[in-house]
Write a protein that binds this ligand. Structure first.
Ligand code: PLP
Ligand code: TYF
Length: 393
């Protein structure tokens, strides 16, 4: 049976990491996969996570099953983190999932159960796995104009006029903040305009929030989502603790369902649990147990927030210093990097230029031109700037 299979298409980002690992050059630089690194090139375990882990080791008495929805303390903590002080808070339920990836798939499966004729609209471009996950759930996928390849910002007019065509069989997927792969975010006014369109034309917003706290701050990064949830009847949210709690491999995330009322939301949750049962059944506990502990303990929450702010500030500093260094060398082609949010920037470099960065300079970036600014070290900025100038001359 296996012999009949055609070979799989490799994931363009994960396969790049393998090539990077095999590269023997000492000055190699990984700006590919979306992982935060400190100035020593490490992805550290966050202090609050270490402290919660120590406590868990001392207090946990069983590894017995938790349940289909995972930790309800964690689920409520995610609802509080994303939707506190909104009208949606009391009509939202959560399901713990294996990362935001698990949430994306469970929510997509739910959409298919509710309406097999659903089309999901994705930003052009979007996170590599959005299209495959939606299609695997049997949904149709369409792209709406988003990134302006000239200005390197969102083309608001084109986006809004396309979304004005979306109707009741449509779901519009939005990035909560720190757009992957471009770094170009929509403004609060855009969130308001999209909310108005959803209310007028009946499409369902689906927000993927994978980088809360990595852009401007926890507050500012969540403001658009909060506005929308406050002013809409139904929406869905996939959220991740991979980046902002540094829990990548622990597979920690949640699917949140905002209903017109709590019983509708609970009904949808019940259907998600049935879908989860037919898939992975129960999510892994460890990461969610740590996050639940941190977010229900004010001292640990403060430790977490402080470190998250430090990481966010480091990324902003790297963006600014890279642009300053390029400008000082007479290159003003990349000033947009200082305006982008979160870990990524879409540089506009061609696949050939990205290949030259790799071959001639041992700098690894994704073939579509995305660089992970959060993978950069201060002492590499000058070298990166020279390489960018060399391949664009
Ligand atoms: N959504 C977006 C936009 C992402 O960039 C990522 C990155 O990994 C994910 C979802 C998946 O995150 P997780 O590791 O929580 O599954
Ligand atoms: O976009 C990224 O780099 C991260 C990590 O199949 C990632 O979101 C990359 C590829 C993939 C899953 C996660």
């Amino acid at each position: 049976m296996f012999t009949q299979l055609s070979a799989a298409q490799p994931d363009p980002i994960l396969s790049l990491s393998l090539i990077y690992n095999a590269d023997q050059r000492e000055n190699k630089m990984d700006l590919g996969i979306g992982v935060y690194r400190n100035n020593h090139g490490q992805t550290p375990i966050m202090t609050a996570i270490s402290q919660a882990e120590t406590r868990l080791l001392q207090t946990q008495t069983t590894k017995s099953y938790v349940g289909l929805a995972g930790s309800e303390v964690f689920n409520q903590a995610m609802i509080d983190l994303l939707l506190a002080n909104t009208s949606a808070h009391s009509r939202t339920v959560g399901v713990q999932t294996p990362g935001a990836s698990g949430a994306l798939r469970m929510l997509a499966d739910l959409l298919h159960v509710a309406n097999a004729n659903t089309t999901v609209w994705l930003t052009d471009p979007s996170y590599v796995n959005h299209k495959p996950v939606m299609e695997a759930a049997g949904l149709k996928v369409k792209f709406y104009p988003y990134f302006d390849r000239v200005t390197k910002q969102v083309n608001t007019d084109a986006m809004l006029s396309a979304l004005a065509q979306a109707g009741s069989n449509d779901v519009v997927l939005l990035h909560g903040c720190c757009h992957n792969p471009t770094g170009a975010d929509i403004s609060l006014e855009d969130w308001q305009a999209i909310t108005a369109l959803a209310n007028k034309n009946g499409f369902m917003p689906f927000v993927d929030m994978a980088y809360l706290g990595f852009g401007d701050s926890l507050e500012q990064d969540g403001a658009g989502l909060k506005f929308m949830a406050d002013n809409i009847e139904e929406m869905m949210i996939a959220t991740s603790c991979s980046k902002n709690f540094g829990l990548y491999r622990e597979r920690t995330g949640a699917a949140l369902l905002v209903g017109g009322n709590i019983s509708d939301a609970q009904k949808a949750k019940g259907r998600i649990l049935t879908l989860a049962r037919a898939s992975y059944t129960m999510p892994p506990d460890h990461g969610a147990a740590l996050v639940a502990d941190i977010l229900t303990d004010s001292a640990l929450t403060a430790v977490w927030k402080q470190e998250l702010t430090m990481m966010q500030q480091r990324i902003i500093g790297l963006r600014q210093r890279l642009v300053q260094t390029l400008t000082a060398k007479g290159c003003d082609q990349f000033t947009f990097i200082a305006d982008h949010k979160g870990m990524f920037s879409m540089t506009g470099l061609s696949p050939e230029q990205i290949m030259r960065l790799r071959d001639e300079f041992a700098i690894y970036a994704v073939g579509d031109g995305r660089v992970n600014i959060a993978g950069l070290q201060e002492q590499q900025i000058d070298y990166l700037a020279d390489a960018l100038i060399a391949v664009t001359q």
